[in-house]
Write a protein that binds this ligand. Structure first.
Ligand code: UGA
Length: 433
């Protein structure tokens, strides 16, 4: 099939590259010229495992092309995936101006049937606004079109795997014609495909993300309780997780959820409910618990080290999760900020996110960046673990101990086994254990 993807960000690029990989002809429309040039040269503007290789392979096979010109994209195919950004406005609602622009411009440019597909996370009933916009701006009223919702559930760091092997595919359509296009598009996928109306599809996406965020905040509260009561949150999560109705996934306690989705989507969902006259107090609490995580973590460090002034602290992990260079809403940002205010001297290390972090925290008197995880430890009073990168789990702990001034590890992600670390002579402070 021929497919057009508008927006070359995380979702757009993964969608485009994966559809191409499945044998389709894909054109990605991206406004930023430099990004298009980079992509044409086979380089991915974001770090995502496997993405660049797949991009290069599909460029070679001539299955994916890039343009800045929306007209070319509209002429290229009848299926237009809208993957543009929906950033957060100060009141928590989603800024849909880029979605509106794509709908408006597509309407003006289309000369034959088009299926416009929302893939970005959007508020419920955005499809109605898209439809209304197309109706208003369309040049020839005889041209037919459909608007559908086909939300994306991919995670950064495992985006390709998530796209190609999803747990389910959700499609919200209103016509048989649109449904048949999706049936063709997804015919090789062997997961459940849920066909529903667009409003339900939009809601499934929001409800899923908010539910996962709720699981995380829930287990984080349990972790606090475990610390006070002398129980082990990992075992509590295991014990709960065996119950099929609960499931073990997303019950890892830590310093809170970050990223470009959960914090923004939970806020937006609260706001959407409000717009319909409902107070989603449960989600407000989920958000509150999450916002308190970095503060509690810093309080804990202070409880262990007393004054932080001029103390050297090593920080491992800055990205909001492993296998990405993304630091959007990462708990590390708030934690580093609070530690700097306390007067600590920080030596930061992350396998991929350093360049992004430097934009927020340039090198200076209190903040420096290490070239590897061991360099960060030199003379440190404590090691703080903020992201569970694999390489940290494989660290040579004997060497770690030798490099530090004090053998103290405050682990925000529970990457080590307590008994093992303690047997090596460390003071070890995991979360909820
Ligand atoms: C999330 C969803 O998992 C995807 O299904 C969805 O498509 C995506 O948002 C989106 O809406 O675009 P993502 O933000 O990439 O994906 O990353 P997650 O793996 O969900 O992690 C989010 C945050 O939760 C991370 O900061 C992670 O450290 C934290 N987390 C996750 C925990 O603290 N504990 C857990 O048990 C799981």
């Amino acid at each position: 099939m021929r497919i057009t993807v508008v927006g070359g960000g995380y979702v757009g690029l993964t969608t485009g590259v994966c559809f191409a990989h499945l044998g389709n002809q894909v054109m990605v429309v991206e406004k930023i010229k430099e990004k298009v040039e980079l992509l044409r040269a086979g380089r991915s503007p974001i770090y995502e495992p496997g993405l660049e290789e797949l991009l290069q392979e599909n460029i070679r096979q001539k299955r994916i092309i890039f343009t800045t010109n929306l007209r070319e994209g509209i002429e290229f195919s009848e299926v237009i995936f809208i993957c543009v950004g929906t950033p957060q406005r100060p009141d928590g609602s989603a800024d849909l101006s880029q979605v509106e622009e794509v709908a408006r411009e597509t309407a003006k440019l289309m000369t034959s049937y088009k299926l416009l597909v929302e893939k970005s996370t959007v508020p419920i009933n955005t499809h109605r606004l898209i439809k209304k916009t197309v109706q208003r701006y369309i040049r020839d009223p005889n041209i037919t079109y459909d608007v559908a919702s086909n939300p994306e559930f991919l995670r950064e760091g495992s985006a390709i795997e998530d796209f190609l092997k999803p747990d389910r595919i959700v499609v919200g359509v209103e016509s048989q014609r649109a449904k048949e296009i999706f049936e063709e598009l997804y015919k090789d996928f062997d997961c459940p495909i849920i066909y529903t109306d667009p409003a339900t599809a939009e809601l499934i996406k929001h409800a899923s993300n908010s539910f996962l965020a709720m699981k995380i905040s829930f287990i984080n509260m349990i972790a606090d309780l475990c610390e006070k009561a002398g129980a082990d949150v990992k075992l509590v999560a295991d014990g709960m997780g065996y119950d099929k109705r609960i499931g073990r996934a997303f019950l890892n306690a830590g310093i809170g959820y970050g990223g470009s989705c959960f914090p923004k989507d939970v806020k937006a969902f609260i706001r959407i409910a409000q717009d319909y006259g409902l107070d989603f107090g449960l989600l407000r609490e989920v958000e509150k618990i999450n916002q308190e995580r970095p503060i509690k973590f810093v309080e804990k460090i202070k409880g262990i080290l007393w004054s932080l002034r001029d103390k050297k602290l090593a920080v491992w992990g800055l990205s909001f999760k492993p296998n990405t260079d993304d630091i959007r809403e990462a708990p590390s940002i708030k934690i580093v900020d609070l530690l700097v205010r306390e007067g600590a001297k920080l030596s930061l290390y992350d396998p991929k996110a350093v360049e992004n972090f430097k934009v927020l925290f340039p090198e200076g008197k209190q903040v420096s960046y290490a070239r590897d995880m061991y360099e960060a430890l030199d003379g440190a009073s404590a090691l703080l673990i903020l992201t569970e990168w694999d390489e940290f789990q494989r660290a040579n702990l004997k060497r770690v101990k030798e490099l530090m001034e004090l053998p103290i590890i405050v682990d925000g992600r529970n990457i080590f086994e307590t008994e093992h670390v303690k047997s090596l002579g460390f003071e070890y402070y995991p979360v909820g254990r």
